[in-house]
Design a protein around this ligand. Sequence first.
Ligand code: HEC
Length: 158
Amino acid sequence: MRVAGSHRQGGGQNPRPTKTARMILLTAATVAATAFGMRAGAAPDAPAAPAESYFQAEIAPLLTEKCAVCHMTGEEAGAMSLIPDNAIASLVGVGSAEAPTQIRVVAGDPDKSYLVMKLEGTHMAHGGAGAQMPFGSPPLPAAEIAKIRMWIADGAKP
Ligand code: HEC
């Protein structure tokens, strides 16, 4: 269907700047950027890159490297996917498959989170089962467990 009056001659509804105009804009931008850069501590004026969340920066790489090899699709033993895109949904507020009285991650409370018990090896004292994680490898270094505790204490946010 054709709307009356919609046809404009020339067709160019969004004329692009000419090459020269673009060159001038580019030069102006470069001069401005240089001027800002020359001031010490120009950071507040610089466009800030979107900050990565704590989960994205610290937890996701750890899960990818040390957990997702076994906890990939959720079909494996343990019944949960720990690839970063799925981890929050698999963990936060979700009951443990092997310890019926436990929740995998209780947001805000690392001590009540079965995930932490499995990493620290205290799970058997809390109605748990199976091995300390990561299965078949040495326990995570204390600094990495501390990061997971911190992430949970801070609300286990994405
Ligand atoms: C080599 C394979 C393997 C690796 C690596 C591994 N897991 Fe597991 N995980 C298992 C198996 C098998 C089970 C079920 C048997 C058991 O608990 O020992 C399990 C169970 C679990 C459970 C209990 C789930 C539930 O609902 O009860 C948690 C929590 C867990 N793993 C967390 C982790 C975390 C976190 C990592 C990474 C630091 C990790 N696992 C690394 C194999 C692995």
